[in-house]
Design a protein around this ligand. Structure first.
Ligand SMILES: [Ca+2]
Length: 130
């Protein structure tokens, strides 16, 4: 029997200090927005919590993007950062009217630097087509 593959315990683990959380990285299944509709609205609730203390620099961000069926980014709908930190959830809406008749994917991508965590908490993501 061999016993390989594991490095020394703790070699890649540095406990304490600034714990880095990866935040949100999620995308919806692709959705087809039927042609002939007049409005398409993406709505979601977002709570941003941060340990950052800056009031000027966006160290940690969450971007909301529209991708086509090939995975190409068509547009960035919104960008949030540690500067948006607040208690409670805020409701946001983005128009997807430009994509009526297309099949698109909505992608939420959280990105953080190596210190001072920011959490982007999404809830109730809905797409309303009328
Ligand atoms: Ca940070």
């Amino acid at each position: 029997m061999s016993n390989e593959g594991c490095g020394p315990p703790g070699a890649y683990d540095s406990p304490g200090q600034n714990r880095d959380e990866s935040g949100v990285r999620a995308s919806s299944p692709s959705v087809t927005i039927p042609s002939g509709k007049s409005s398409a609205t993406l709505q979601y609730y977002l709570h941003v919590d941060t340990n950052e203390t800056t009031t000027t620099t966006k160290y940690d961000t969450l971007t909301v993007q529209v991708l086509n069926s090939s995975g190409t980014v068509l547009a960035t709908l919104a960008t949030y950062s540690n500067l948006n930190a607040a208690s409670g959830y805020a409701v946001h809406t983005n128009s997807l009217a430009a994509y009526i008749g297309q099949t698109v994917t909505i992608k939420f991508t959280g990105k953080e630097d190596s210190s001072l965590q920011t959490s982007f908490v999404l809830d109730d993501v809905t797409l309303t087509v009328q």
